[in-house]
Design a protein around this ligand. Structure first.
Ligand code: AMP
Ligand code: MG
Length: 393
């Protein structure tokens, strides 16, 4: 059975990015993967920009007690025709273009002024003070955002700053979440005592939608023929199919037999981890199938680890989850045979792991912020140990 790291490496090797591109309006680019670089159309800033409200001056004019006449006021957005020179100054606003000839801005707080004149209350103003010089952030034609960047809101801002109204991005991944189990009822129905509501379906739909997928969901009963038909249909209409439940060796676990009947190619079946031992990844028709165990914490943890890795790879991004090292703030009982993954709460000085009643206990994840990774070992992992942490998003 593969270790967790081996399973991630196999995903990285076996799954190729979806390569279709499309041009979409900037307002729809959030969570998409950039396919063509965003390039500066002009220098940034495009002019010498005042960074303070104050007075634009020739720096060498300024000494304690010097008084200069104020030629005019230059506001942000003013096209300023005046030529700056020694012996005069202009009142200037943050974001306004500093007139040629001036080489510093002295902030209001360092002056005393009356209508037409200003007295300077400081000595030794260095050239360049309070000026954000033209082209210092980027030159025209510089690449500002590289291809294969996952677009976040600040990228939208940078693209807007260089006049992009649309961007070329990878096509969104179509993904279907299939919840299986005779015990499940839809959230709108009233469950009988022995039934439960489908919580995993909406949870994982939300997870994958938050990553920019065009996601849909289905429920199916534990029936061999139905499982095959639903999988066949979902694989023909989607890039990724995520099944929940029915993946173990129980009498009513039909996902693997149905995939076999559809001649699926198995990438891996089973990972040496808790929760998530029965996890599956394979390909069927042109879709990648991710089989998750049904217990809600197992489904949540495995979707976060493997589901996101597959999706990121198909989006043209790095598949490997980015764990960081943190300090464990309470003792935890490890699993002697398999690596343990537990929902945890990131605090200022490390992470705490809340008590749980096992992988059926979704409620204990309420205040959690991510997953902590506990190596397989016999002895208790003591508070103060360095462990690896992955935020939910
Ligand atoms: P399975 O992996 O199919 O054996 O499912 C294990 C258990 O997880 C089931 O007995 C249910 O209690 C629970 N479960 C499975 N699917 C769901 C779901 N979609 N929503 C909530 N709980 C589920
Ligand atoms: Mg089941």
């Amino acid at each position: 059975m593969l270790t967790f790291d081996e399973a991630i490496a196999v995903i990285d090797e076996s799954i190729a990015p979806a390569d279709q591109l499309e041009e979409v309006p900037l307002s729809e680019c959030l969570h998409r993967t950039l396919a063509r670089a965003v390039i500066a159309d002009r220098p940034l800033p495009p002019f010498d920009r005042a960074t303070m409200d104050g007075f634009a001056v020739v720096a060498s004019d300024i000494q304690l007690g010097v008084t200069l006449p104020i030629d005019r006021t230059v506001s942000a957005g003013d096209a300023c025709a005046v030529e700056g020179k020694s012996g005069m100054c202009v009142s200037i606003a943050t974001g306004a273009s500093v007139p040629d000839g001036f080489d510093a801005v002295v902030k209001h707080e360092s002056t005393r002024f009356i209508e037409t004149e200003v007295e300077f209350l400081i000595d030794d103003v260095k050239p360049g003070t309070a000026i954000h010089p033209m082209g210092v952030d980027a030159n025209a034609n510089d690449v500002l955002i590289e291809p294969n960047t996952l677009l976040k809101h600040h990228h939208i801002g940078i693209a807007a700053a260089v006049g992009a109204t649309s961007l070329t991005v990878r096509k969104s991944i179509r993904l279907c979440v299939i919840s299986s189990g005779d015990e499940l009822v839809d959230g709108a129905e009233t469950p009988k005592t022995h039934e439960i509501r489908n919580s995993n379906g909406p949870m994982l739909l939300a997870l994958f939608e938050s990553m920019g997928c065009v996601a849909s969901s289905k429920m199916m009963a534990d029936d061999q023929g139905l499982t095959k038909a639903v999988l066949e249909e979902a694989c023909s209409a989607n890039d990724i199919v995520v099944t929940i439940g029915g993946i173990s060796a129980g009498k009513k676990d039909f996902v693997i037999p149905a995939l076999d009947a559809l001649s699926a190619h198995h990438i891996f079946k089973g990972v040496a981890m808790q929760p998530g031992k029965p996890c599956y990844v394979g390909t069927c028709q042109d879709a990648v199938v991710i089989g998750l165990p049904g217990n809600p914490v197992s489904a949540l943890v495995c979707a976060t680890l493997f589901g996101k890795a597959v999706l990121r790879k198909m989006m043209g991004l790095n598949a490997t989850p980015k764990f960081s090292e943190v300090t464990l703030l309470n003792d935890v009982k490890p699993n002697p045979h398999r690596e343990l993954f537990r929902p945890c709460v990131q605090e200022l000085t490390g992470v705490t792991i809340p008590e749980w009643q096992g992988s059926g206990d979704l409620v204990h994840t309420t205040n959690t912020t991510g997953i902590v990774r506990i190596p397989k070992q016999v002895d208790i992992v003591a508070s103060g140990t360095t462990v690896c942490y992955l935020p939910w998003s």
